[in-house]
Structures are given as C-alpha cells and as structure tokens.
Write a protein of this length. Structure first.
Length: 132
C-alpha cells in the first residue's frame, strides 16, 4: 500500500473535525422550531424537485438558495483561478435552515455542493446544489 503522509492524515483529521462542527451547528439549529420547519419543508420537496429536473433532462437541482448572513456566517471567500473567478463558501459556514438542508442531503448520500452564481451584472449568491 501507499505510505500515508502527514498531509493526508491532517486532511482526514480536518475533514472529521469540519464534519463534527457541521453536525454540532445542525443540532443547535434543529432546536429552533421555525428553522427546523423550514428545513423540513425543503427536504420534504427534495425528491419532487430532483425528479422534475431529471425529467427535464437536467443533471442537477438547486436545493436551496442561500441568503448571506441569514443562511451563512459570511459571504464566502473570493478567489481567482486562471481566467475564472468567483466566491467559495465552505459548508461549515452554513447556519440555520441551510445547515440542516445540507446535512439532510449528506445523510442521504447526495453529496451536496455549495455553488456560487453571478448574473453578469450586480447580483450574486450561493446555492446548495445536488448533481447526478
């Protein structure tokens, strides 16, 4: 087998700690009835939404639009990579209903991602997206 590097081990530990942090935030959010109801509504519509998108020939579905500083702790990190640029938001920066929706997708092994969008003018934001 391949030798484990310290970097690989650190990533495994970081992934575990981040996941634990997300679960901790999710548990806290679930104690708020209003937040839990919103998340339950979105998760309850998950199958219908994914089926509608797949039936229309699409290979992904936007599960939830995120409102900065309501569903997130910050507005992500700006990055540039070659010609492309955008913002990145890590799952551990989600709060409220968003963290419950994200965790709900993880629990169903849907491998959700947080994706940046920009309308070409002045509006931008993040969505929780599932691909298949």
């Amino acid at each position: 087998g391949k030798m484990l590097t310290r970097e690989a081990l650190r990533k495994i530990a970081d992934d575990h700690n981040n996941q634990t942090e997300i679960q901790r935030v999710a548990e806290k959010a679930a104690q708020n009835r209003e937040i839990k109801n919103k998340a339950d509504t979105i998760l309850g519509q998950l199958d219908a939404r994914m089926l509608a998108e797949a039936s229309a020939g699409r290979t992904h579905a936007v599960i939830m639009g995120l409102r900065p500083y309501v569903d997130t702790v910050d507005n992500g990190v700006h990055y540039t990579k070659g010609q492309s640029w955008g913002r990145r938001l890590d799952p551990q920066h989600l709060v409220g209903a968003a963290v419950l929706v994200y965790q709900g997708c993880v629990d169903r092994q849907l491998e959700p991602s947080i994706e940046y969008w920009f309308d070409g003018c002045d509006r931008d934001g993040f969505n929780i997206v599932v691909h298949w």
